[in-house]
Write a protein that binds this ligand. Structure first.
Ligand SMILES: NC(=O)c1ccc[n+]([C@@H]2O[C@H](COP(=O)([O-])OP(=O)(O)OC[C@H]3O[C@@H](n4cnc5c(N)ncnc54)[C@H](OP(=O)(O)O)[C@@H]3O)[C@@H](O)[C@H]2O)c1
Length: 277
């Protein structure tokens, strides 16, 4: 797979994370192109990863086996229409990382027979600890799905969904998820400070505890609920804290929050697609 040329359309934050991940993973930099009209972005990416850069999207597409659409969702309809001719000529696999843009609309702009894989990465991709949901349209073959998976795996975990509507739930869980954990960290730090702890100590204890808990949950075959039970002695300190969470309705709060994120994803998706289609 490393002999395929991958062209990134848009060389912003997410493209940089993916390119860095691929190069660090051993993907030949000579086989990666990034195209962006912003020379600051292309200079940065050329310096960091020694890949080739262009300022013309169509030229990049014509050279590519895989095209990664890494521009903002609002900019995508026009950019997709501009490259449609080149896509028709070279027939690359299209991977979109644009939030909320449905494959049916990409197909309208790029061509109905185009092989498209829609993905939803999250920000920890910048540290190669991302989580990416993937959905493939029916025009893709197994080789293309494997290729897309290995590209996204360069920045973390990948998970396929069978139905495109599930991408809204992926957005609610892992797309927006890092912010939920940041919020919990924020409140733990502030509660520790109110107990008299200095900010740096509160932050260090909180962040390292989050890392340890996450690693324990990932590396242990048991569900988090079992791990929680194991560390909760009846009548102990953890039980006292958990009782407060339960009495405050934390489970319902989390369910409501994720449902709100899922519903907003559907709403934004129909706005972007409705306006531009
Ligand atoms: N960041 C995240 O956490 C995240 C998570 C999941 C999905 N995504 C998706 O990833 C995509 C990229 O996000 P990002 O955060 O990387 O955005 P970004 O940093 O703004 O990158 C987009 C890049 O595309 C460039 N661009 C604009 N017009 C272009 C054109 N005609 N041809 C080529 N490049 C062009 C932009 O240049 P200018 O700045 O000059 O406009 C910018 O450098 C978005 O669709 C977003 O929904 C992002």
């Amino acid at each position: 797979m490393t002999n395929r040329t991958i062209a990134f359309i848009g060389a912003g934050n997410m493209a940089a994370a993916l390119i860095k991940g691929l190069v660090e993973d051993g993907y030949p930099a000579d086989n990666i192109i990034a195209s962006d009209p912003d020379h600051k972005r292309t200079d940065f990416i050329k310096e960091c990863c020694a890949i080739r850069t262009l300022d013309e999207n169509r030229t990049a597409v014509l050279e590519a086996d895989v095209v990664v659409l890494a521009v903002k969702p609002q900019a995508l309809p026009q950019i997709a229409r501009d490259i449609a001719g080149a896509v028709g000529n070279s027939k690359p696999l299209i991977i979109s990382i644009a939030a909320g843009i449905q494959t049916k609309h990409l197909a309208e702009w790029l061509g109905e027979d185009v092989a498209i894989i829609r993905t939803m990465p999250n920000t920890p991709a910048m540290l190669q600890t991302g989580t990416t949901g993937l959905y493939a349209n029916p025009n893709t073959n197994e080789d293309q799905r494997n290729l897309a998976e290995s590209i996204m795996r360069a920045v973390g975990l990948t998970l396929w969904v069978d139905s495109e509507t599930m991408m809204d739930s992926v957005t609610a869980v892992s797309g927006s998820g890092p912010a939920y954990f940041f919020l919990v960290m924020e409140h733990m730090i502030s509660a520790a400070e109110k107990m008299g702890m200095d900010h740096n100590s509160a932050k260090l204890l909180t962040l390292h505890t989050a890392l340890g808990a996450s690693r324990m949950a990932l590396e242990n075959p048991e569900d988090p609920s079992v791990l929680r039970e194991k560390v909760t002695s009846p009548g102990g300190t953890t039980a006292a804290a958990l009782a407060v969470f339960n009495e405050s309705g934390l489970e319902q709060i989390i369910e409501d929050a994720l449902t709100a994120a899922r519903d907003r994803s559907i709403e934004l998706s129909s706005q972007v697609n409705g306006e531009q289609a």
